[in-house]
Design a protein around this ligand. Structure first.
Ligand code: ARG
Length: 449
């Protein structure tokens, strides 16, 4: 019989059960469910519902249930509707009637909210660790390429020379913000709804703060909000989406840069795939999957926000939709991240190919900077160099091949020293202020990272 079956004459219909049951997906919260219940035994004792010995018996029973889950010997039965009913049912089989006291003053509404907050905290720790690994791999590659010069792009058009280390580190900071988001969101997740009951609170008088503290949480301040609040889920779904978007953008760069027309990057054999038809192919499939899965992460976020938006006050069964969305987002990332880490660890950058792709038009800004250094206002310098660029284009020569005499016709400020000013090395080295692409600045960045 269902846990709540007293007032019903008939058992739930089979099809209804399939729709209603959350066990198939929430069983993975067994650890958090036991953890929350163990904390709750202290509340029940403090409130005088059970003796210290009974509390101890319940905790031993709960630990026995946990052990069965860990040993994979826990047997579910058809009336186990969700993880909460399954744990309580099994606990009662182990400790007898006493198990029936565990749910005093508690509802699955405050229970599930507590469990899921605990789960989100654990998931956040796993994601944090994986991101940390990813960032280490980025730093390691960046460190090896502090001096490597490559083309930098805006609008996918050749823009200015940059250092490859700088390019790699740009992703470091994206993931750094994601870790920051995780810890920031964690503060809001760290609240215990225990004691909120179904919605109105609990008649049992115990120190909610003390019980919350057993979970590392603070107590929630409003029982109605506590059972209805899934902001922590939405935030986590957003963070997962943001991580996914960052991985997707990294994926886009790697897909292009590993294209032979660029050739900046060679992916390790173990992380590329071939074609069943074209023997020469070497595809960056994992990075395409990282890019593709961002869509699904964003879908989970959008879907769940849509579920939340029209909900009336306090708990509604719609909220059960929170779990599959977030489980999927976290699982998706935990599948992508190890592969992206391995790719970053094993990919080879090809400085020669990067070098060969540098074109002298990327030094146009430097030529303007040269004139600025000689006292010309930048706006005027921009115009002058524009003329030089046009001239070089007409003659089909590089910017540095325009004879000094012709340069002088555009501006008298041009001198013989312009040649040594206009090298790719000097170009990057000049951008040495904090946060710039100069090897010195990148070294500083890497050290800080
Ligand atoms: N399985 C439910 C969920 O995931 C647990 C809470 C059920 N509460 C209720 N009043 N039916 O949200």
């Amino acid at each position: 019989m269902a846990l709540w079956g007293g007032r019903f004459e008939f058992e739930p219909d089979e099809a209804m059960r399939r729709l209603n049951d959350s066990l198939p997906f929430d069983k993975r919260m067994y650890k958090q469910d036991v953890q929350g219940s163990i904390a709750y035994t202290y509340a029940l004792h403090e409130a005088g519902i059970i003796t210290a010995e009974e509390a101890e018996t319940l905790r031993n029973g709960l630990n026995a249930v946990l052990a069965e889950f860990e040993a994979d010997t826990f047997v579910f039965i058809p009336t186990d509707e969700d993880i909460h009913t399954a744990v309580e049912r099994r606990l009662t089989e182990i400790v007898g009637m006493l198990g029936g006291k565990l749910h005093t003053g508690r509802s699955r509404n405050d229970q599930v909210a507590t469990d899921f907050r605990l789960w989100v905290w654990d998931a956040s720790t796993s994601l944090n660790k994986a991101l940390n690994q990813l960032m280490k791999s980025l730093v390691r590659q960046a460190e090896a390429h502090i001096e490597t010069i490559m083309p930098g792009y805006t609008h996918v058009q050749p823009a200015q020379p940059i250092t490859a280390g700088h390019w790699l580190m740009s992703y470091f900071w994206m993931f750094n913000r994601d870790r920051w988001r995780l810890s920031d969101a964690g503060e809001r997740t760290g609240y215990s709804p225990l004691g909120s009951g179904a919605l109105a609170g609990t008649p049992l008088m115990y120190d909610r703060e003390k019980i919350a503290d057993k979970l590392g949480f603070l107590p929630t301040q409003n029982s109605l909000d506590a059972v209805a609040d899934r902001d922590f889920v939405a935030e986590m779904l957003f963070i997962c989406s943001m991580i996914g978007v960052h991985l997707s953008r990294l994926g886009e760069d790697i897909v292009w840069y590993s294209n032979p027309n660029f050739g900046y990057i060679t992916l390790d054999d173990r992380y590329s795939t071939g074609s069943s038809l074209m023997p020469q192919k070497r595809n960056a499939d994992p990075m395409e999957l990282a890019r593709g899965k961002a869509g699904r992460l964003i879908g989970n976020l959008t879907g769940f926000l849509t579920t939340l938006k029209g909900l009336p006050s306090t708990y509604n069964k719609d909220l059960q939709e929170d779990k599959e969305a977030l489980f999927d987002s976290v699982d998706t990332l935990m599948t992508i991240l190890p592969v992206v880490i391995a790719i970053l660890e094993t990919l080879k950058l090809n400085p020669d190919k990067m070098r060969a792709a540098l074109t002298e038009d990327m030094l146009a800004t430097d030529m303007a900077d040269y004139l600025v250094a000689k006292g010309m206002p930048f706006r005027e310098a921009h115009h002058v160099v524009g003329q030089v660029v046009r001239l070089a284009g007409e003659r089909g020569i590089g910017l540095t091949k325009v004879p000094l005499d012709d340069l002088k016709k555009s501006s008298v400020l041009f001198d013989a020293d312009v040649a040594e000013w206009l090298t790719f090395e000097k170009s990057v080295a000049r951008r040495a202020n904090f946060g710039g692409t100069a090897p010195d600045a990148v070294r500083e960045q890497v050290e800080f990272a």
